[in-house]
Design a protein around this ligand. Structure first.
Ligand SMILES: *Cc1c(COP(=O)(O)O)cnc(C)c1O
Length: 629
């Protein structure tokens, strides 16, 4: 008996090792010049685009194929950086999503190409396009007779990059004659193009194993990688990647002559045992499997009896000696031939692609590698598109997720408040983080005995949110703290209390945004010298990423023996340097970095210490460096 590890009404198991094996089998059919694109549309045919993409890229996929921009965007949100091609023609209102997520796109209309080119120009981007030739499928694509003209027009659009030309077979699996014609039309066109794009692709998985498209250099692998055997290619030993399972939830007797289910479509020929499985067409078990489906239970094949209901099906338990409630039933996939998708769909004239996509709508997915479960993904993953939520709703979700994870509302609330809320709560919807944050501090001898002249230079990129910003020089810790929460403050300094807060002791020498030199005005407000930096032209730059430069000159007491630099905002790439006079013998530094990079690089030169992260590393606020001398 199959031992039950998962206690749910139904679940889907995805065998990543089987997927890897299938991919390797398919890869053995590739010509030396061929690379492959993994097709992960429809959430990787129901297998989970994120996980499948990851393995495919490890196995050498140079491209991922999706159906629409939203699928591409989701991959990007999940951290996928591989090239992604949208296979079907897009709508004009999808152009922003395409460009903002760096997705390549099927172009099959001049009108769309023009709109794409125009928007790409305003974003200062190059849109990557693959042009589709219609060689006889007569779905999307430009007819071969019109293609060269189309290609030339697209080639003239400055902000479009023609990276590929492709076509699609109408019957790669069973019409070699027609497929050959399609191929001929394709190469005819390619031979007459003014230049050859990087990728020429024709094959889907069936076409590959049927020896078509051998001169292309990219192959689009789909269904066979998911383990679906195709008629005629049974000797290629592919394994199903997806298994859909449920449990026996009730066992009942039926007397000869009684019927089961809606419309009484099945009648018992003899007294027998039958069972109820708690899944139905709402779970993706096709209605067409009524009276013809089979399930694999206790190593036996059991027939589905009666009509498939929305949430239940009935199976004949006659083949099973000792059925028990809780026994696992395999509905799709697994080791039995009868429950393989291709065999199930053949019972009702259905289609394996459809069955894979629709199965397990109410089921969690469990991922297996080398026979071991490595993790599961919740149902909500499948339609989680954060744009649908308001900020406050998202905040609630995050907070309650943390509380649930820690099994304590109290600690959850605390952690959320202390560690995350400041990121989201006090800011606009977009978190305007700093990029390439460079902070240089130079201590040098001063005419004021007991003090160093301290010159600080700050350089970073950030999206400008106001037509001004403040530099705050505070007289005490307490006053300084007021300025930490304010998003209009770009630099904060704590003045030694032996000094007057005045414009002689703390000077903003230069405040610049891009090439604009800002005007500065001073205000004393409750223990703080606020220097307002502004320029009438700044208004035009609001919302754009700009370069900030802030230079200051002040004094710092020698007796303090330490100097700290704090990172107060989410920052990507940090470089902090401290230069000191050679009269200071030893300077030590203690970085405290939180974020991706907890161990920044420390470099020492004569009279200088530099603490830096890699340029792409994220550093969280509440990070910094203490220099001790
Ligand atoms: C879905 C799709 C594929 C993958 O086809 P399979 O038959 O699943 O291998 C390839 N190319 C295009 C354009 C597709 O839409």
């Amino acid at each position: 008996m199959l031992r039950r590890k998962i206690f749910e009404r139904s679940w889907v198991e995805i065998d990543l090792s089987a997927f890897r094996t299938n991919l390797n089998i398919l890869k053995s059919f590739l010509e030396p010049q061929q690379q492959f694109m993994m097709i992960v549309k429809a959430d990787a045919y129901g297998h989970g685009a994120r996980e499948i993409s990851k393995i495919a890229c490890e196995e050498g996929a140079v491209y991922l194929g999706v159906a629409n921009p939203e699928e591409g965007r989701l991959l990007r949100l999940q951290g996928c950086q591989a090239p992604v091609l949208i296979l079907s023609p897009c709508l004009k209102n999808e152009i922003n999503t395409i460009l903002d997520n760096d997705l390549a796109v099927n172009v099959s209309s001049l009108d769309f190409a023009r709109a794409l080119n125009k928007t790409a120009k305003t974003k200062n981007k190059q849109a990557v396009v693959h042009l589709k030739v219609d060689t006889g499928m007569h779905r999307s694509g430009i007819l071969d007779s019109e293609f060269i003209d189309f290609f030339n027009k697209i080639a003239k659009m400055d902000n479009l990059l023609i990276e590929g030309v492709f076509t699609h077979f109408a019957s790669a699996e069973n019409d070699p004659e027609f497929s050959k014609q399609q191929e001929e039309r394709f190469w005819n066109i390619i031979d007459n193009l003014p230049f050859t794009p990087t990728y020429l692709h024709i094959d889907n998985s069936n076409a590959l194993v049927n020896g078509l498209g051998k001169h292309s250099n990219l192959v689009r692998l789909g269904i066979m990688a998911y383990g679906i055997q195709v008629p005629g290619n049974k000797d290629i030993a592919l394994q199903p990647v997806m298994t859909f399972k449920t449990i026996l939830s009730q066992i009942k007797h039926i007397a000869k002559g009684e019927s089961v289910g809606y419309n009484r479509s099945w009648t018992a020929k003899k007294d027998c045992l039958y069972g109820i499985l708690p899944i139905g067409y709402a779970d993706g078990y096709d209605f067409m499997l009524s009276n013809c489906g089979v399930v694999f239970l206790d190593n036996k094949i059991c027939n589905v009896i009666g009509r498939i209901s929305m949430d239940m099906i009935c199976v004949d338990l006659s083949p099973i000696e000792h059925p028990a409630i809780g026994d696992v039933a395999i509905l799709l996939g697994g080791s039995a031939l009868e429950t393989r998708a291709e065999n199930l769909v053949s019972k009702y004239g259905g289609n394996s692609y459809e069955l894979l996509c629709q199965v397990g709508r109410r089921a969690k997915r469990y991922y297996f590698q080398n026979g071991k479960m490595i993790y599961s993904t919740p149902l909500s993953r499948r339609d989680f598109v954060p744009d649908d939520f308001s900020d406050s709703k998202l905040n609630q979700i995050i907070e309650s997720a943390i509380a649930q994870r820690l099994q304590s509302i109290e600690i959850g609330e605390l952690i959320y408040r202390e560690m995350l809320r400041d990121f989201f709560y006090y800011k606009d919807k977009d978190i305007h983080y700093r990029h390439n944050f460079q902070h240089q501090v130079i201590f040098s001898h001063s005419l004021n005995a007991g003090y160093f002249n301290a010159t600080t230079t700050l350089n970073f990129d950030k999206v400008l949110s106001n037509d001004y910003f403040l530099v705050a020089c505070a007289s005490s810790d307490e006053v300084l703290r007021r300025y930490f929460k304010r998003s209009d403050v770009e630099y904060r300094w704590l003045m030694d209390d032996s000094f007057e807060l005045d414009s002689k002791n703390f000077i903003v020498c230069l405040a610049k945004v891009d090439d604009l030199i800002l005007q500065t005005t001073l205000h004393y407000i409750n223990g703080c010298l606020e220097i307002r930096c502004s320029h009438p032209e700044l208004k035009k730059k609001i919302g754009k990423r700009v370069h900030f430069t802030i230079n200051t000159l002040t004094l710092y007491p020698c007796s303090s023996h330490q100097f700290s630099v704090f990172i107060t905002e989410l920052t990507r790439g940090v470089d902090i340097s401290f230069r000191f006079p050679l009269t200071i013998n030893t300077v030590d530094c203690v970085p405290f970095f939180s974020g991706q990079d907890k161990d920044p690089i420390i470099q020492r030169n004569n009279g200088e210490i530099r603490v830096s992260s890699k340029p792409e590393e994220w550093i969280f606020p509440i990070s910094g460096v203490v220099f001790a001398y």
